[in-house]
Design a protein around this ligand. Structure first.
Ligand SMILES: CC(=O)[C@@H](O)[C@H](O)COP(=O)(O)O
Ligand SMILES: NCC(=O)COP(=O)(O)O
Length: 250
């Protein structure tokens, strides 16, 4: 089984935002990625709009609806009222809730599911009532009780925070430990009926072992490593390389 590839456009948006100019054009690179066979597009709008701007959302929604109706839109972020209103406006197929503070440079941990149970139940219910699948960002620490608490929120999936695994590119022994923990967390999630996504610091080099340990991995969202790869190979070839690393026969 292959994991589906969702291309995260945050890094391209960040490059665009260096100047008051419309390039690189986020929708154009989204189109190239979907044309090359990516399953979907991911964005993580933050309150300061330092990457994706709120105005990008309707443009990307229209791109998918008009040109790639089978593709999925995944919006990630902390569930403030502003974020929830953005999701309700853009109607993504999936919302991934992430416990990131606005001051964080990037997402660096999963939810404390027990501690935020009431918030998550309320938000998951609200989004699901509007037809959106909901995934929750989760630490891959192998803790079964955390996964049971994630399931109790009513969410459909968890997204494994793969940063600690991806960051071990130069330390194979540590990488095996992280992979084992991710695998245990995923198995526990599968056992309680949660789907499993993954994301953060994934690359062509580290994806195959992850997909082999978690063969039922539904989807991976990848931005930083994929954008770096595209600088060398171009977006279409990079999407092919990542789809292959996800287990697709391309
Ligand atoms: C939840 C997650 O890991 C991603 O959404 C990540 O935060 C990407 O965002 P940046 O590329 O803006 O760090
Ligand atoms: N959910 C993870 C994501 O969208 C991209 O993370 P990264 O590949 O930019 O680290």
């Amino acid at each position: 089984m292959a994991a589906k590839l969702s291309v995260n456009l945050n890094a391209i948006a960040m490059l665009r935002n260096r100047r008051d100019l419309p390039w690189p054009d986020v929708a154009h690179f989204g189109r190239l990625a979907l044309k090359a066979g990516a399953y979907g597009l991911t964005v993580h709008p933050r309150p300061d709009q330092r990457h994706i701007r709120f105005s990008d959302l309707p443009t990307l929604r229209a791109l998918i609806d008009d040109e790639f109706p089978k593709a999925e839109f995944n919006i990630e972020g902390y569930p403030t009222e502003e974020f929830l209103a953005l999701c309700e406006g853009a109607e993504p197929e999936q919302v991934t809730l992430v416990p990131d503070h606005p001051s964080q440079a990037t997402s660096d941990h999963g939810w404390d599911f027990a501690g935020h149970q009431e918030l998550l139940k309320r938000v998951v219910g609200r989004l699901k009532a509007k037809g959106m699948r909901v995934s929750l960002f989760a630490d891959g620490d192998g803790k079964e009780e955390a996964v049971i608490a994630a399931k109790a929120t009513g969410a459909d999936r968890i997204e494994l925070y793969t940063g600690p695994y991806g960051g071990c590119y130069d330390a194979p022994e540590r990488r095996d430990v992280e992979l084992d923990l991710l695998g245990k967390t995923a198995d526990a999630a599968k056992a309680v009926g949660l789907g499993v996504n993954g994301g953060h610091d994934l690359t062509v080099a580290n994806l195959p072992a992850l997909v082999s340990r978690i063969p039922y991995l539904a989807e991976v969202s990848i931005g930083h490593g994929l954008t770096a790869d595209a600088l060398e190979f171009g977006m279409a070839e990079t999407v092919r390389r990542f789809r292959h690393a996800c287990g697709e026969s391309v």
